[in-house]
Design a protein around this ligand. Structure first.
Ligand code: GLN
Length: 330
């Protein structure tokens, strides 16, 4: 089955497409110089603003990559997708949704304002810091190490290896995480956290410091596109209901307070992180006949971000790919 599908791809035109991808990366790379790296986490300020890389993989295992696709970066907010799936697997969807809502905020990812304005202070969604900190506290295990293992184990299952950890980025954020501490104390006060504040922050910030490449997040995006099924290893990693739920959250809340524009102009579920990563998941439904019509995962890395926290060059590259391959689900 797998072999048969692979044969459908024409090696000559596919090779040409990869060359185009390289050209598009070259075209958008300079945009990075107009943005800034997320230097509120001092170690991220050291990233190279002109890096730009992309990795795409379809449901037949066909892959295309270009630019700095193999440069490691930390997951940051992309980890929110993984911890949410892990918490749903550990505790069940109703339990998790009892503590975190499924509504976009239109506010910055680290905003605190709605926790006080809407009683009883339930975080609006798991893609913002307040929601992700809450979700992290729900992971299985009593100690931070056990909870972190839940997230690691799920990543390992999806990318086929234990990802590395960036201690430097973790230490840098741990020492400066005053706003996340404020959010966590507020959540604790309102009874939403199932851990002590410092313990849950340890897990949350360690998750953010897990290191990946565009290939790793493209693989996760691919599994999401197939509703939790890994088409490469031919196994269901997590249930379809969880995949549908998280993709809805990615579409409505995944690009922070630029999610509306992203849905309108790109139109696919995606999640970004302030390190410049973007993980996108293209469902099997584009109308144009092309290499990616049965769904694909896309990983992008471009560390210079805009005022919302999304990769400047990465989002433009993704917009371009969407036009070429008719990715939008609308
Ligand atoms: N938007 C992000 O990627 C935020 C993640 C970052 N570690 C934070 O909590 O601030």
């Amino acid at each position: 089955m797998f072999q048969q599908k692979i044969k459908e791809i024409d090696p000559i035109s596919d090779f040409k497409e990869e060359k185009y991808l390289e050209e598009w990366v070259m075209k958008y790379r300079s945009l990075g110089m107009k943005g800034r790296c997320a230097d509120y986490i001092p170690a991220l300020g050291e990233s190279n603003r002109s890096d730009l890389g992309v990795y795409m993989i379809n449901s037949n295992g066909f892959e295309m990559k270009a630019g700095d696709w193999n440069v490691p970066f930390t997951l940051q907010s992309i980890s929110k997708v993984i911890s949410f799936i892990a918490a749903c697997l550990d505790r069940g969807i109703p339990y998790v949704l009892n503590r975190v809502d499924v509504e976009p905020t239109g506010d910055a990812f680290n905003s605190i304002i709605r926790l006080e304005m809407h009683k009883p202070g339930k975080p609006f969604n798991p893609m913002i810091n307040a929601g992700a900190i809450t979700v992290t506290s729900l992971l299985n295990g009593d100690s931070p190490e056990q909870k972190l293992e839940s997230t690691y184990a799920l990543i390992e299952k999806m990318i086929g290896k234990r990802p590395t950890f960036n201690e430097n980025v973790f230490q840098s954020e741990w020492k400066t995480a005053n706003r996340n501490r404020a959010l966590a104390y507020y959540l604790k006060e309102n009874g939403f956290l199932e851990s002590e504040v410092e313990d849950v922050l340890m897990v949350y910030l360690k998750q953010c410091s897990i290191e990946v490449t565009t290939k790793d997040i493209a693989l996760i995006g691919l599994i999401l596109s197939q509703n939790g099924y890994d088409p490469i290893h031919k196994r269901q990693v997590f249930p379809k209901q969880i995949a549908k739920l998280i993709k809805g959250l990615m579409l409505t809340c995944g690009m922070y307070n630029a999610s509306g524009k992203f849905a309108a102009f790109v139109g696919i579920p995606a999640k970004s992180g302030v390190s410049g990563g973007v993980m996108a998941s293209v469902p099997a439904r584009c109308r144009q006949k092309n290499l990616f019509q049965t769904g694909c995962g896309i990983g992008i890395y471009g560390p210079a971000i805009d005022e919302c926290g999304n990769s400047l060059a990465g989002v433009e590259l993704l917009k371009h790919l969407t036009e070429v391959y008719d990715f939008s689900i609308f």
